[in-house]
Write a protein that binds this ligand. Structure first.
Ligand SMILES: [Fe+2]
Length: 306
């Protein structure tokens, strides 16, 4: 990667930070440096507990990862993700945007390899299909990015990635419903292809009444997506895409969600039509906007109990 791309991204962020905080250039430069060097690598594990299982069930532990946006050579995030295997989750759910570079697949698979020994499920995001381009890295801050010029973006090795996930025994949920049995529980899974690209077609749940848990999975938490999962009877929905706002105000307040979900609801555990929705703030950043402010990267361990 060329360093001037980082520099361009940092310079744009400094202008954005100065604009939104009203601070001077020196303070904004300090924030920008923090965001590039420190915050972006301050990986943390968020934990949540939810009472969703039938009486008498043993706890079910779901590890939710999202938005890795891997490019070759990212050792810190690789170490963090590999260490998550020590949690011994019952199920790993990957809500997409795994790649940020056409040559990143081997690095991604090395990053995820320790997690492949657990049951898993996945959906793709736009950054599983199209690599980001260097121009206007912060354009998502001020306009809809879902439709613009993706035909020009370099293609990512989507099928090879999905083949590797399938070979590891992970369940594809790309406009697809599935049943998996983990931890003595019968899970009904329903997933959609990326709503940000308009690829989503909801499959509903298979035999929903007989499942111990109905889990909806999507990359981007558009309101139509969350509402449809609720109407289909989901008891929990997992999504990513927002990066938690990525460049936030002090206290973590997001300015944008990069979708139609209100920015103040774009990370953490929210509720839509009474259904809990876990939105991961993600683990990575776009390769051309490698910065986070007041929004550390995260993985989430959800413990579901009776
Ligand atoms: Fe993403």
């Amino acid at each position: 990667m060329k360093h001037h791309e980082h520099d361009d991204a940092a310079a744009r962020l400094l202008r954005a930070a100065a604009a939104v905080t009203g601070t001077g250039a020196a303070a904004a430069a300090g924030l920008g440096a923090w965001g590039v060097v420190v915050e972006r690598r301050r990986y943390r594990l968020r934990t949540e507990r939810l009472r969703l299982l039938p009486p008498g069930s043993r706890p079910l532990r779901i590890l939710h990862i999202s938005d890795l946006h891997v490019w070759p050579g990212q050792r810190k995030v690789q170490e963090f993700v590999r260490s998550l295997a020590e949690l011994e989750p019952d199920l790993v759910v990957d809500t997409g945007d795994n790649l940020s570079h056409p040559d990143a697949l081997p690095w991604l698979l090395e990053t995820l390899r320790p997690l492949f020994r657990f049951p898993g499920a996945y959906v793709p995001g736009s950054n599983c299909y199209f690599a980001p381009r260097p121009k206007n890295p912060f354009r998502y801050l001020w306009r809809d990015t879902s439709r613009e010029g993706r035909d020009e973006a370099p293609l990512l090795p989507t099928q090879d990635m999905h083949d590797a996930f399938d070979a590891a025994g992970w369940t594809p949920l790309i406009n697809r419903a599935a049943r998996v049995r983990v931890a003595g529980l019968e899970l009904a899974l329903s997933g959609v292809d990326d709503p940000h690209l308009g690829y989503d077609r909801h499959p509903g749940f298979l035999d929903p009444a007989s499942a111990d848990l109905r889990l909806g999975v999507a990359h981007a938490p558009y309101l139509r997506t969350l509402d449809r999962f609720a109407e289909d009877g989901a008891q929990l929905v997992l999504a990513g895409h927002t990066h938690g706002g990525q460049v936030c105000l002090p206290g973590g307040r997001a300015l944008v969600s990069n979708c139609d979900l209100e920015p103040e609801r774009c990370k953490g555990l929210i509720s839509q039509q009474g259904v809990p929705v876990n939105i991961s703030a993600g683990l990575g950043t776009s390769r051309f906007a490698p910065i986070r402010l007041f929004c550390p990267p995260e993985a989430v361990l959800l413990t579901l109990t009776d």
